[in-house]
Design a protein around this ligand. Structure first.
Ligand code: NAD
Length: 554
């Protein structure tokens, strides 16, 4: 990274404040953490993950955000428009300190071409989900979701374990890099194709991936041996998925499970066309973006054709949230949607109970703060065996990246309870510093994304985007520390609207009330959204938990 830029990204730790309050401090530290070189994929370009998901529009905006957060009073609110700080207004102490809107376009203009035009003019940035909303925590942030997905697949097809199975996937980026560890945590073998060797090395360094090879035959041999022995193993194969999948078919290699997490949602920046090295691809991208996108989409189409063929030959195949089916369909692969998305296939029941990727980070930088919370969680939620199993496994297998953090899929009721426990621990001095609590936008009630989180909704309301807007509004009213509304995350321009929320437990009484409100409304929106769509489990949850839904009936 260019030295002077690197110097702008600080690692603030401990209890000394750079700002006028812990909530502002949390925003500052999480912005820095998003871009920490242990966490971000390309910090030198302000890119955090997921193609070109950025934390700030450009370096001038980044510096202005930092300076503004340092001066921001505890009764003021900073407004950020696509990564640029545009105003500070007087608000009040219980209001969010920051409101962010990223990559939002009027629907008829909501496509990559128009976005790229605006991006080039410096008028926009792509916020992805947690990149532009300052709550990305690296691959550790998605690993439980990925683990839960594979665990549910194992329950549905293999009696609860991936032992003696091979999962084939591609893409070892910020999120995709969680796949090998999630598969081995489910006792299976993972073969992950990745075109960029530095990404493979990064996953090995951080213990998400076991071994690497550039030989297809070697990869297949290693995978088959481990499968036969029932030994968990993850293998990174250097190659281009669009080239490797057809060769696998030729060789008669059929995995038990098949998916993909290349950044196919962004054909210009997230996918390397077949036949191109990384350098050649970069050159073509800068010299002839149109031709690049054409080749990239053709490769994505052939990648999906291979996936469909392997599905026909018996591989359990699913889309892992990167819109690869849509890109292929637009390229003429009529049956691209023959394999399902991961949410309807494996995750939706969790959303019906308001469960989703809930996370927290220790602002002190002290891992002990996280370990102490682990202990309390294991005690307070001891009847929740899957949760306790997860916490124990996470402690053993997941290395921290950046600020020490933890993730677990908590649902309605438990999140608010957890928030109070953490705030009490901060208040009593048990923890060194406040804790920041947040979640992915990929959550129960915060996203409208018809090819992903809201695919195949029971009542056909897949594309209804009022829900994430209501989610952001109610969380802001409740006093979340920062709230964001984004477009295009996960699946690209035109395909999603979603909202983020982060709330700080600083030990104060006012924070306790804010936590109680926000950690109720936020998962509550998940239950309500799914109950409204007619899901029995969500209706039952709403009734049992006493959520007031005027038209739910008896
Ligand atoms: P990323 O951009 O950090 O990584 C993508 C990786 O794919 C890169 O390492 C890249 O080198 C590799 N790649 C690109 N073209 C390739 C090809 N042809 N063959 C092999 N490898 C290739 O993105 P990420 O953060 O890892 O996210 C990946 C995708 O998953 C995105 O579309 C994202 O929106 C989606 N996503 C899914 C979930 C989920 O839970 N399912 C969550 C977040 C993101």
């Amino acid at each position: 990274m260019i030295a002077e830029k690197k110097e702008l990204i600080k690692r603030y730790r401990g209890t000394e404040l750079q700002t006028k309050g812990w909530v502002q401090e949390a925003a500052l530290r999480m912005l820095m953490n998003n871009l920490d070189e242990e966490v971000a994929e390309k910090p030198e370009e302000l890119v955090v993950y997921g193609g070109i998901g950025k934390a700030a529009r450009n370096w001038e905006s980044f510096q202005a955000i930092v300076e503004t957060l340092k001066k921001l009073e505890s009764d003021e609110t900073l407004l950020v428009q696509s990564g640029k700080p545009v105003a500070v207004f007087k608000s009040h102490e219980n209001a969010p300190r920051v409101l962010l809107a990223n990559s939002n376009l009027v629907p008829a203009w909501a496509n990559w071409d128009h976005f790229h035009e605006l991006d080039k003019k410096g008028l926009m940035m792509y916020g992805q989900m947690t990149a532009g909303s300052w709550i990305y925590i690296g691959s550790q942030g998605i690993v439980q979701g990925t683990y839960e997905t594979f665990a549910e697949l194992a329950r549905q097809h293999y009696g609860g374990t991936l032992k003696h199975t091979i999962t084939l996937t591609a893409g070892l980026g910020g999120m995709g890099g969680a796949q090998p560890l999630a598969v081995t945590m489910n006792e299976g073998v993972c073969l992950a194709i990745e075109v960029d060797e530095t990404r493979i090395d990064r996953r090995i360094e951080t213990a998400y991936l076991d071994v690497k090879t550039d030989s297809l035959d070697e990869a297949i041999r290693l995978a088959r041996e481990a499968k036969k022995e029932g030994r968990a193993l993850s293998i990174g194969l250097l190659g281009n998925a669009a080239e490797v999948l057809p060769r696998m078919i030729e060789k008669g290699f059929i995995p038990e499970v098949l998916t993909d997490q290349t950044s196919a949602h962004d054909p210009l920046n997230g996918y390397i066309p077949a036949g191109y090295s990384l350098d050649e691809a970069a050159k073509l991208r800068s010299e002839d973006a149109k031709q690049y996108v054409k080749l990239s989409k053709e490769s994505i189409a052939s990648h999906v054709r291979s996936m469909l063929e392997l599905q026909k030959k018996g591989a359990i195949t699913f889309d892992y949230g990167n819109n690869i089916r849509q890109v292929a369909k637009d390229e003429g692969v009529e049956n691209a949607f023959d394999f399902p998305g991961f949410v309807p296939a494996y995750i939706r029941p969790q959303f019906c109970e308001g469960k989703g990727p809930f996370r927290w980070a220790a602002l002190s930088g002290n891992p002990d703060d996280i370990y102490k919370i682990d202990e309390v969680l294991l005690k307070e939620f001891k009847d929740n065996e899957p949760l306790c199993k997860w916490i124990r496994m996470a402690r053993e297998k997941i290395s921290f990246q950046g600020l020490p953090s933890r993730i677990c899929w908590l649902g309605y009721g438990d999140r608010a309870r957890f928030g109070k426990i953490i705030n009490d621990m901060v208040a009593s001095g048990e923890l060194e510093a406040p804790i920041v609590i947040g979640r992915d936008h990929l959550d129960a009630g915060s996203v409208a994304s018809p090819n992903r989180e809201t695919e195949s909704m029971k009542d056909g309301s897949d594309a209804v985007a009022d829900w994430p807007i209501l989610n952001a509004l109610i969380n802001a009213v409740g006093g979340a520390s920062w709230v964001s509304v984004h477009h295009g995350g996960g699946v690209g321009m035109g395909y999603s609207l979603h909202a983020g929320m982060v709330i700080v437990a600083d030990g104060k009484k006012e924070a306790e009330a804010r936590l109680e409100r926000v950690l109720t409304t936020d998962p509550g929106m998940g239950v309500v959204r799914h109950a409204d769509a007619g899901y029995d489990l969500a209706i039952k949850t709403a009734r049992e938990k006493g959520i007031n839904m005027p038209m739910l009936g008896e």
